[in-house]
Design a protein around this ligand. Structure first.
Ligand code: ZN
Length: 365
């Protein structure tokens, strides 16, 4: 009897142990990879040695995953402020003429050299590398470009260079750009495309109903940005997605935060703890968000994986519709031009008439 009891206890302990290790591994999504990236990269501001080191690290990971370089070499260098920065570009080529681009910037915020950039944006880089692993051998009806952008924090320089140097064959056939920026630190996960019912947006919205992720409307973004007193650039979040949106490319952005309480930054908790750029270390992120940090990354990973594997995905993504935000921008610009012309003409006519009157008056005298 004793023996049976101890056997039952042993089995019970083993089950407990197994379930505990299972939950730990699922709760600390890519923890080792994240730590390894941070330790190998150091401070990685645009054009710095640390940024170059991080690029080499990402390249090594892509090589290990057997992801081919998009061009002859993985790294695409460009000049930034008398120094050199670079994008790291890989491709899963499924022989299709359609492309999905998954992008994450890997540089750090500039000037604040103490930042480790763990949430912004090691969280996006590591999740994207995991996605690269998920899709390395999947044969889908579209190709996937994995883009790791340099010099984002100094004005979206890397992604602009990437887009300017793409062939039209690729540029015209990007069916969706997915942007991962700061996806760990936050009570909530958000996704953003635009408000108007586009084919691809409607597809994403109905897909998102089964996930714990909140759609973020442009109005909400506007009001928060205004509240924060930040000059908002009218084309979505200030991340690499802006460069895609302004070219009319369907785009989907993920980030973590709590916009119900946001005051100083996006990455706040209900009890108003905040991750700012100068406190963006692994220690602080885990202190404030605990397992939630990894869970957010895992959720984005699962959402993107499921979305790309969903039925009729590429058909629904292939339709490009004009971004209403751009329309508003153009409309305002046209209005501004008409206003300036009208003002110029008005002033011209006013002085012409005034001049005439003066001549008539002086000739009457
Ligand atoms: Zn960022």
């Amino acid at each position: 009897m004793k023996r049976i009891l101890s056997l039952v206890l042993l089995i019970f302990a083993m089950v407990l142990c197994f379930s505990a290790s299972f939950s730990i591994s699922s709760l600390s999504f890519c923890e080792d990879e994240l730590i390894s990236f941070i330790e190998n990269s150091g401070i990685r501001t645009a054009g710095s040695e640390g940024e170059k080191q991080s690029a080499n690290y990402i390249q090594k990971k892509l090589e290990e995953l057997n992801i081919s370089p998009l061009y002859e070499e993985y790294q695409q260098s460009f000049e930034y402020n008398d120094s050199t920065s670079q994008n790291v570009l890989g491709i899963v080529d499924n022989g299709s003429d359609k492309y999905v681009v998954i992008g994450a910037h890997y540089d750090n915020i500039y000037k604040l050299d103490q930042s480790e950039g763990v949430n912004d944006n090691a969280s996006g880089v590591i999740t994207s590398l995991n996605l690269a692993g998920n899709f390395a051998t999947k044969n889908l009806d579209f190709n996937i470009i994995f883009a790791y952008f340099g010099a984002e924090e100094v004005g979206l320089v890397g992604s602009e260079y990437f887009l300017n140097n793409l062939t039209n064959e690729i540029l015209d056939n990007i069916i969706l750009y997915i942007n991962l920026d700061s996806i760990g630190a936050g009570d909530n996960l958000y996704y953003y495309h635009y408000d108007a019912p586009t084919t691809y947006g409607t597809f994403v919205d109905s897909f998102a109903e089964n996930y714990a992720i909140t759609k973020l409307g442009t109005k909400r973004l506007y009001s928060n940005r205004n509240l924060l007193g930040i000059n908002y650039n009218h084309i979505g979040l200030n991340s690499d997605n802006a460069n895609f949106i302004k070219r009319g490319i369907n785009s989907l952005t993920f980030f973590a935060g709590n916009l119900d309480v946001a005051r100083l930054g996006f990455h706040e908790t209900e009890n108003k703890d905040t991750i700012m750029h100068n406190t963006d270390s692994l220690e602080t992120n885990i202190e404030v968000f605990g397992e939630k940090f990894y869970l957010n990354m895992a959720s984005v990973n699962n959402f993107v994986t499921d979305l790309l594997l969903s039925e009729n995905f590429s058909e629904n993504m292939s339709v490009r519709e004009i971004n209403p935000i751009l329309l508003t921008d153009w409309f305002l610009k046209v209005l501004a031009i008409i206003f300036v012309i009208a003002l110029g003409l008005g002033t011209f006519i006013f002085f012409k008439v005034k001049n005439k009157k003066t001549i008539i008056n002086s000739s009457k005298k």
